[in-house]
Design a protein around this ligand. Structure first.
Ligand code: GEM
Ligand code: ZN
Length: 374
């Protein structure tokens, strides 16, 4: 039996794989960082016996509550991912599977590869409404890619979306895939009406280096990009620096930053109630946006989520807080679960790539209904 992870977004350290019923593994930390939680590895097995895999450092991971009621995902064909029996005893995470085929992949969530990221960008650019720009390069030399959808014009709103500042939150780029697919659908009335009055600036992957490196939360030099928005630098956080400069050049009327949450089994939004400029206008916009989402999909809820920031106490190093304050605009952090949506559970797949993509499509409806108010 061999266990390997030397591939795009791979992450595991094999402590001992000599006994299929007692495989000892550890998740590796992000480079130059103490964060770890994302794992992705392949097991090639020589027989169909039961395999018991122990991730022995799970209790030291970034978000230990993320393991409560968590089920790992696995795949034989790297297309269809399914949940596998997983337990956490407070110390180690244990995954149990009797493989049906020679080789099986395991991951924290359905991976989104750099190749798929390139496919997403280059199929989008084929659409007449879409332009593919490169803002600059990351520290590992990868492009910071921006999709501009719609014909820029002074009388149009500028709507920005970013995703995967935290590279292990792969649901964010699955969300983007669904969002972009609908936005570029020339038969979709909401998309067509939106493009008459808005231009979309979309960064489907804010952290390509961390994605390929198999990181949970940081870039190539261990920096958490979602704490860099006040004072980004080209040598620490070029990803944020480049996107933020473009935002300051173009302007922002609505901003969505797409993430995943390790612990809460729900989809939810984190708003700008704590920014200094928060006022009745922004509150009304937030309330209207949430009301439309609630009416659009049962996958969204507004009861569970992060604790609200006290007035004026928002951390302005976070993307949605800095953008909301800088541009006095509606700005949300979108959170999807690594586990499942407990209001509408699907034990076979949990929250998934497909559900993330469909959820992304639903956001066009909410944007459309506030587009005259932003
Ligand atoms: C979170 S963002 C937390 C937002 N909190 C409030 N109150 N606005 C982060 O960066 O820690 C997003 C994430 O990591 O998923
Ligand atoms: Zn995040």
């Amino acid at each position: 039996m061999q266990i390997t992870s030397n591939f795009d977004s791979g992450n595991i350290h094999v402590v001992d794989a000599s006994n299929p019923s007692n495989i000892q593994l550890e998740i590796k930390q992000d480079h130059q960082s103490e964060y770890f939680q994302w794992f992705h590895f392949k097991l090639h097995n020589t027989n169909r016996c039961e395999h018991v895999l122990h991730i022995t450092n799970a209790a030291q991971s970034a978000y230990v509550k993320g393991w409560e009621n968590y089920q790992a995902v696995a795949s034989y064909d790297r297309q269809e991912w399914f949940r596998v029996p997983t337990t956490f005893d407070g110390k180690q995470l244990t995954i149990t599977l009797t493989p049906e085929f020679d080789s099986v992949y395991f991951a924290y969530f359905c991976p989104y590869s750099y190749e798929r990221h390139q496919d997403l960008l280059h199929s989008a650019q084929l659409n007449t409404h879409c332009q593919l720009d490169v803002l600059g390069q990351t520290l590992d030399g990868r492009d910071m890619s921006l999709l501009v959808v719609g014909e820029p014009s002074a009388d149009k709103k500028n709507i920005w979306l970013t995703a995967r500042q935290h590279p292990g939150e792969t649901m964010a780029e699955w969300f983007m895939e669904g969002f972009i697919d609908r936005l570029l659908d020339n038969d979709d009335g909401v998309a067509r009406a939106l493009l008459n009055k808005a231009v979309f600036y979309i960064v489907p992957n804010m952290n390509p280096d961390g994605s390929v490196r198999g990181h949970l939360r940081t870039n190539a030099v261990g920096v958490n990009l979602n704490r860099e928005w006040q004072t980004p630098t080209l040598d620490k956080s070029p990803e944020v620096f480049l996107v933020r400069e473009k935002m300051l050049e173009i302007g922002v009327d609505l901003f969505l930053d797409v993430h995943g949450d390790e612990a809460l089994p729900y989809n939810f939004l984190a708003g700008g109630e704590g920014i200094p400029s928060y006022d009745a206008r922004l509150k009304n916009l937030e309330d209207k946006f949430k009301a439309i989402l609630l009416a659009t999909t049962p996958e969204f809820q507004d009861d569970k989520g992060y604790e609200k920031d006290a007035p004026g106490q928002a951390n302005l190093t976070l993307a949605s807080n800095w953008v909301g304050e800088q541009f006095k605009c509606l700005a949300y952090t979108i959170e999807m679960p690594f586990k499942d949506n407990d209001l509408l559970p699907d034990p076979a797949v949990g929250w998934s790539d497909e559900r993330s993509s469909l959820f992304g499509r639903d956001f066009l409806t909410a944007i459309y209904h506030v587009s005259d108010d932003i």
